[in-house]
Each structure stands twice: as structure tokens, then as C-alpha cells.
Design a protein around this ligand. Structure first.
Ligand code: ADP
Length: 199
């Protein structure tokens, strides 16, 4: 219910907050199958940016589901609400001047678009982790594919729930071909080319 609320303009603008940090805020949204490398690459990029002196924040699926989103399950409406809240939190963090990294399977185009629409043009950077299902399943870092194949997890993305491939991601990384360092280098190059990092 928003009809009785008013938006308060802050005395300090988002541009002023970012300027104090000497950086341009953006959201890097990592999407892809479980095991495609979202957390690994997002963490590696987070570390690389932090070491260069940038103010960043990383949000990932399991952590948010233990706190802010612990009231949500895996029904279709709860999955949408999960992504909506993550988008809104990311927006607040970019308003605070941070470079935000989000690692969520986020299998549906509609949900990713909902988050994109919260951001000014160029600030939402979709990073599609394009590793083949066979590779992700072989890695199975959390043992989830094994459980899904055994029927212990229903509607698991890639097994019995679809993954809608991003049509126009800003960046596509195949982690079955690229090393972690190569992925990080590609992301940093993108950010530099788009003047989101000082060169
Ligand atoms: P996700 O967050 O997409 O579920 P994770 O990052 O948790 O995926 O798991 C990816 C797994 O694949 C990790 O065990 C990681 O060490 C491994 N891996 C192997 N090669 C790569 C690579 N080039 N990039 C990312 N992860 C890789």
C-alpha cells in the first residue's frame, strides 16, 4: 500500500554520495544455472575491486534467504518477491554510492527485467554465466543436482524448471572455457570501457 506515503528527497543526492567515494555506482547482476560460477566469479570480482579501492557489496542467494527473505519459500510468487526485494535492496545500495554485485539464478526474463527497470540506463549490467548444464551438473558444488535428480528437490532450474537464457546480456561468460581470472579480467575490461571504473 503506497497511496499514503510520500517520497522524501534527501539533502544529499546519490551523485554526491558516489562522488565522495570517487566512483560510479552500478549493479552487476550475475544470472545462470546453479554451479555456473555466479558466486565464484562475483566473489573474485568483489575482491579485485575492493583491492583497487572501490566500495562494493555482494548479495547472494543463500545469504539473503537466511535473513531479509527468510519468510519466502520457492513458490512462483515467492520467487518473484525474492528477486523484487533483492532488486530494491540493490537500488538502495547503489543510491548509497556502492558498486553492487548480485549472484542469483534468476531464471526468468520477466524478473530480471523488473530489476533492470529500477535502474538508470547503463547501470544494470546483466552478466550471463553461460556454462553448459552438463558441466554445472558435474561440478554440483552444493550437491543440489544430485538431490534434484533423486527427486528430493522439486522444480530445480535446469532439471524440471526452465532457465530462460538472457537475450541481450551485457556480458556473457562461459566458465567451462574461461578461468576465474579471465572472467574477472573480462568484467573489469567491460567496466573500464564503460567508464564505470577509473582507468
Ligand atoms: P553458482 O553460484 O552459479 O551456483 P558456484 O560459484 O557456487 O556457482 O560454483 C561454481 C563451481 O565451479 C565452484 O566449485 C568453482 O570452483 C567451480 N569452477 C571451476 N571452474 C570455474 C570457472 N572458470 N569459473 C567459475 N567457477 C568455476
Amino acid at each position: 500500500m503506497t497511496q499514503h506515503t510520500l517520497w522524501h528527497e534527501h539533502k544529499i543526492s546519490r551523485a554526491q554520495r558516489a562522488a565522495l567515494k570517487r566512483q560510479r555506482p552500478c549493479l552487476l547482476w550475475f544470472t545462470g544455472l546453479s554451479g555456473s560460477g555466479k558466486s565464484t566469479i562475483a566473489n573474485a570480482l568483489d575482491l579485485a575491486l575492493h583491492q583497487r579501492g572501490y566500495h562494493t557489496f555482494l548479495l547472494d542467494g543463500d545469504n539473503l534467504r537466511q535473513g531479509l527473505n527468510k519468510d519466502l519459500g520457492f513458490s512462483a510468487p515467492d520467487r518473484v518477491e525474492n528477486i523484487r526485494r533483492i532488486g530494491e535492496v540493490s537500488k538502495l545500495f547503489t543510491d548509497a554510492g556502492l558498486i553492487v554485485l548480485c549472484a542469483f539464478i534468476s531464471p526468468f526474463t520477466k524478473d530480471r527485467r523488473m530489476v533492470r527497470q529500477l535502474f538508470p540506463e547503463g547501470e544494470f549490467i546483466e552478466v550471463y554465466m553461460d556454462a553448459p548444464l552438463s558441466v554445472c551438473e558435474q561440478r554440483d558444488p552444493k550437491g543440489l543436482y544430485k538431490k534434484a535428480r533423486a527427486g528430493a528437490i522439486a522444480e530445480f532450474t535446469g532439471i524440471d524448471s526452465p532457465y530462460e537464457v538472457p537475450e541481450r546480456p551485457q556480458i556473457r561468460l562461459d566458465t567451462s572455457k574461461l578461468t576465474v581470472d579471465e572472467c574477472v579480467a573480462a568484467l573489469i575490461a567491460y567496466l573500464e570501457q564503460h567508464e564505470l571504473l577509473a582507468t
